[in-house]
Design a protein around this ligand. Structure first.
Ligand SMILES: Nc1ncnc2c1ncn2[C@@H]1O[C@H](COP(=O)(O)OP(=O)(O)OP(=O)(O)O)[C@@H](O)[C@H]1O
Ligand SMILES: [Mg+2]
Length: 334
């Protein structure tokens, strides 16, 4: 364009005044155009910087290394915590577990009870290898967990945590995030008492067309189905952290008995505050200040008249009182 202006001025077709006006207009327009362009570039590149920052903060602190041993046949004998010490913040914090010893025979169920903050969920996280202990070892059939292939070990584990993830995806993908045959998914939903929640293709969020939302108890059944589905495709260690806290009492007992039956061939760890559920496990361990203070069957622990008995009686008494209140209200109403 500048060349066209110059040639028009040289041949006398454009006056000097016209040349100046046209040239100024051209410069002004290109400034606006390039100014806008660089502004757009700036806006478009901002997410790149954000993602780069995110990568830095998401990089795991002291990333966990994977071993090489194949865990596809373990555990056949036992899972063993041996003198485990663990603090979330390394040496700076009071340890959550200290001198922790526990053996869980393969193919049995163990319930863990203890007060809030006793370290129950921490135990489950260590077993999933979300963290490693600072000292001591966790062994599976005598092999240190750190020597096992990490991804393959996590496939052997099926865990439902207290704060399980609710994917804004279809019911199918919520039950089997890594994929599984529809029959396995339907069986898992049936065992978790969640058959009539929604169609497998329905998205579990109202934010999507045709999507639906679930209640807390219904979500919990979906999370249980997720664990059972993982068992259906090969997991052999099952961790249930407060799996039925949001279910009503009748639903809880019924579902939990069904889950125990479905996971009979697995090593199951159940964390719960509800003693009606806990007593169904083969063995129960009472955790206090990072150590096991009582371990045995429900009957053994009741006979010992220790901490388990105290907690059990307290809950039974409160439950009885609640029933009395319900009964009294009922009488008034009728
Ligand atoms: N990510 C974390 N970072 C730092 N401290 C943590 C973290 N998670 C838990 N803790 C601390 O570790 C201790 C044990 O927590 P944990 O979650 O294992 O208890 P819990 O026995 O599962 O309790 P609850 O019955 O309430 O679920 C608590 O003192 C808690 O504050
Ligand atoms: Mg917990």
């Amino acid at each position: 364009m500048f060349w066209a202006l110059a040639s028009a001025a040289a041949s006398g077709r454009l006056t000097t005044g016209g040349l100046v006006v046209y040239a100024q207009c051209a410069v002004g327009v290109s400034l606006i155009a390039f100014g806008g362009f660089s502004w757009a570039l700036d806006g478009a590149s901002a997410p790149v910087a954000a993602v780069l920052r995110l990568e830095r903060s998401m990089a795991p602190k002291g990333a966990l290394s994977s071993g090489r041993r194949d865990p596809s046949a373990v555990p056949t004998r036992e899972i063993r915590f041996r003198n485990v010490r663990f603090a979330y913040d390394g040496a700076h914090q009071q340890p959550v577990l200290d001198g922790f010893d526990l053996t869980i025979p393969a193919g049995t169920s163990l319930a863990i009870v203890g007060q809030n903050g006793a370290g129950k969920t921490t135990l489950a996280k260590l077993l999933c290898r979300l963290y490693d202990p600072q000292s001591g070892t966790i062994e599976v059939d005598g092999v240190d967990l750190r020597d096992l292939d990490l991804a393959a070990w996590r496939h052997r584990i099926s865990a439902v945590f207290q704060d399980f993830i609710k994917f804004e995806l279809s019911l199918r993908d919520n039950v089997a995030p890594g994929g599984a045959p529809d029959t396995t998914i339907r069986d898992a939903l049936a065992s978790a008492g969640a058959t009539s929640l929604a169609d497998l293709d329905t998205v579990l969020s109202r934010a999507y067309a045709g999507g639906t939302d679930l209640s807390g108890g219904q979500w919990q059944r979906v999370a249980l189905a997720r664990a059972l589905c993982a068992v259906g495709i090969g997991a052999r260690v099952v961790i249930l952290d407060e799996p039925t806290a949001q279910l009503d009492v009748r639903g809880e007992a019924e579902i939990f008995e069904r889950i125990l039956a479905e996971t009979r061939h697995c090593t199951t760890i159940l964390i719960s505050h509800r003693f009606s559920t806990v007593r169904l496990a083969d063995r129960i361990c009472v955790l206090e200040q990072g150590r096991v203070i009582e371990l045995g069957t429900h009957d053994e622990l009741m006979a010992r008249r220790g901490r388990y008995r105290t907690m059990f009686d307290l809950q039974a008494q409160r439950f009885g009182e609640a029933l009395d209140e319900e009964g009294a209200t009922h009488d008034v109403l009728t």
